[in-house]
Design a protein around this ligand. Sequence first.
Ligand code: ZN
Ligand code: ZN
Length: 282
Amino acid sequence: MPSVGPVKRNDEGDSIVCAGPTIGANSLQPKFVGGAGMIRNDLHVHSVQSMCGMHTVLEIVEIAARKEMRLVNISDHGRASGKDMRFGVIANKLRWPEKVKSSTGKVITVLAGIETNILDINGNSDFPQSNLNRFDLVSAGFHHSNGGASDNTKALENYLAQSPLDILTHPCKASHPLLIEEIVELSLSHGFALEVNNTNLRVGKTDHEQLEKMIALASERGAILVENSDGHTFIEIGENEEVEMFLEHRNIDGDVLFINRDDLRLEKFLAQRKQKRTPLPS
Ligand SMILES: [Zn+2]
Ligand SMILES: [Zn+2]
């Protein structure tokens, strides 16, 4: 059973040292080797606060460090996924710092995100408006509604009229179709990123034809694309082998395609999106 050692502040500002061994090294090694080929900046990771996530945030820091990643965005589900959720602590930089040091000494950037649920055609969601200005990234996706492509696209449009969006998660999930041309245009007009999701490819949830279409159209029109793991477990977090395989078969260069493979492009995107949600001083 993994154990998390005592946590203390170190002498370097706001980093947290997670003292002592946390997760046995061997448990992270066998199949998926860290380093080259990982998602360096993984913008879609679930913690144990989501009922489907398996790890605490400190365990995620350890996993990210051992896989030689740089950044994880903790994007737990909204409350419609079955649990009363709390985002106030992780989204408060006075209580949860952005830079966290792992037991190996590697510093991991931990962003405070959410994967909110778009719930109906009117665009209602479980986005907690009270934390609007505190999230580093707001992601949204379809998990519970059962509309067709046209209804789901309308739902997204209506969501955008009332709530923020920085990343549309798994837009090519077969169970929740969307109109690809429309979502690429919405991405362009609202500035949110479209996600290519490794775990959904792994577990067979992705409509490959739709994904191919989305990547082609987004590239042609200049819409923003990100690759994320949607990791719920240590064998999923930071992994992108299915995305790579998908691109290789089509001769597409992921380094050009995804803004989160480039730290500077990502930082610019993060700053722009956060500024958009910050009210101007009165
Ligand atoms: Zn999701
Ligand atoms: Zn997710």
